[in-house]
Design a protein around this ligand. Structure first.
Ligand code: IDP
Ligand code: MG
Length: 133
């Protein structure tokens, strides 16, 4: 049993498709263990996306999420980390496989609907960041 951190990003919240996305995870055997709506601070987002701090898109990435309502979830299941990444699809929706969440609901690399932790270490770190205490 594995846990992973999933975000339904502000573009998904705005489109009122959070139920549809959660259903995709649930229909694939994954379980929502924790869920909250939150408007993250820039500080939280800096911690979450620390690995990208030197990338040219970093500040733009933070600005697209900063202070906007999104859904944070802990999702649990057999190989949940890779299962979520597979269901999410490629980072760029135009390159994502048919049937994936990003292909269905993403509109650009910045507005790609969802986040899923990349590996076990990231999952533990991100769950602590979003669900501290
Ligand atoms: P991932 O979300 O598929 O793990 P990462 O490479 O970790 O993809 O990038 C984190 C997030 O940063 C992506 O989901 C996307 O929203 C954004 N991003 C990645 N690459 C670019 C880019 O080249 N331009 C703008 N935003 C990007
Ligand atoms: Mg990533």
């Amino acid at each position: 049993m594995e846990r992973t951190l999933v975000l339904l990003k502000p573009d998904a919240v705005k489109k009122s498709i959070i139920g549809k996305i959660i259903s995709i995870y649930e229909d694939n055997g994954l379980v929502v263990e924790k869920l909250k709506m939150i408007s993250p601070t820039r500080k939280l987002l800096r911690d979450h996306y620390e690995e990208h701090k030197d990338k040219p898109f970093f500040e733009e990435l933070l600005s697209s999420l900063d202070g906007k309502e999104l859904i944070a979830m802990v999702i649990r299941g057999d190989q949940a980390i890779s299962a979520v990444r597979r269901l999410n699809g490629a980072t760029d929706p135009s390159k994502a496989e048919d049937g994936t969440i990003r292909k269905l609901y993403g509109t650009s690399i910045r507005h790609n609907a969802v986040h899923g932790s990349s590996d076990h270490e990231a999952a533990e770190r991100e769950i602590k960041i979003w669900f501290a205490g």
